[in-house]
Design a protein around this ligand. Structure first.
Ligand SMILES: C[S@@+](CC[C@H](N)C(=O)[O-])C[C@H]1O[C@@H](n2cnc3c(N)ncnc32)[C@H](O)[C@@H]1O
Length: 278
């Protein structure tokens, strides 16, 4: 099995739309009444959910004329948030066919289909011409990608000169050993973590400039502590996408990731950089 199909298999449990609709109903929410914000616990499939997407967006300058690329768009929570907030167009690309179908369904339900679309595709072979986008972002995707040089080369190709790139991802930390499964990989041999320095060097080698990188460990530990306290008080956790998507696997995956953050085996990072003007 190619690594692309094993990644899609990792993320595909089947009947995702039916399971999502039934979870929403159990939680007292009908899709017809849903908004970008009320769907966020379910469709923001990365650490700190909507909080991390808002933080990323706060650092961006986007106009309603812009066309933005979401690489590894999942079921589309980040793309709908960015389009809704800035009034721009967003195109999402994801390897996992079922995610694209669910992402488009949710987008239609929210009436955003004229500005937000999702297509099945590979980040290493983006189906777009050179200089197509005013900006691109990718949230919690690079951990599935061994060929980081190929990943960065494709992104810089499709960005217009001067366009920005924002990454929110999980880096290799300086601490202990990470246990698997995690939300992105069942076993260590399917996980490709780069250190913050390797990420910075890789982006620079690809031609990106103005690279700003910071770790968000403090925010992540605080978010996880708040989520734990909410559950202990009998409430629902603020981030339910991992459970929805991975079912049984979710408990061990979430526990391993939390332990990984606490031990510094992994480090959440945010990166902002730019394609040079010429
Ligand atoms: C943890 S999910 C994050 C989804 C979304 N970015 C979000 O934050 O809600 C990782 C996503 O990356 C996608 N992915 C992994 N490798 C990819 C590749 N080479 N090309 C496109 N998508 C990829 C997976 O299918 C999955 O949807």
């Amino acid at each position: 099995m190619s690594s692309e199909s094993s990644i899609a298999k990792h993320y595909t449990k089947g009947n995702l739309l039916e399971r999502l609709l039934s979870t929403l109903r159990d939680d007292g929410l009908e899709l017809e009444q849903a908004s970008v914000e009320t769907l966020a616990p379910y469709d923001q499939f990365h650490g700190r959910g909507l909080e991390a997407t808002k933080e990323l967006a706060d650092a961006l300058s986007v106009s309603d004329k812009d066309h933005i690329l979401d690489i590894g768009s999942g079921i589309g929570g980040p793309a709908r948030y960015i389009a809704d907030r800035f009034g721009c167009r967003v195109s999402g690309i994801d390897l996992t066919e079922e995610f694209c179908a669910v992402a488009n369904h949710l987008t239609n339900s929210l009436g955003l289909e004229n500005r937000v679309t999702f297509d099945q595709g590979n980040a290493l072979d983006l189906p777009f011409g050179a200089n197509s986008f005013d900006g691109a972002y990718s949230m919690n995707v690079s951990m599935n990608i061994a060929d980081k040089a190929g990943f960065y080369a494709e992104i810089i190709r499709v960005l217009r000169p001067g366009a920005w790139l924002a990454l929110s991802e999980i880096a290799q930390g300086p601490g202990g050993t990470l246990d698997y499964p995690t939300p992105w990989a069942r076993t260590a041999d399917a996980s490709f973590l780069a250190t913050p320095q390797e990420t910075r060097d890789g982006l620079s080698a690809a031609g990106f400039t103005d690279i700003h990188l910071r770790d968000t460990k403090e925010e992540t530990l605080a978010f996880n502590a708040r989520a734990k306290a909410m559950v202990e008080r009998g409430g629902k956790p603020p981030q339910r996408a991992v459970k929805l998507i991975h079912g049984e696997l979710a408990k061990a995956a979430a526990a391993n990731t939390s332990r990984g953050y606490a031990d510094s085996a992994i480090l959440p990072i945010e990166v902002f950089c730019r394609k040079p003007d010429r």
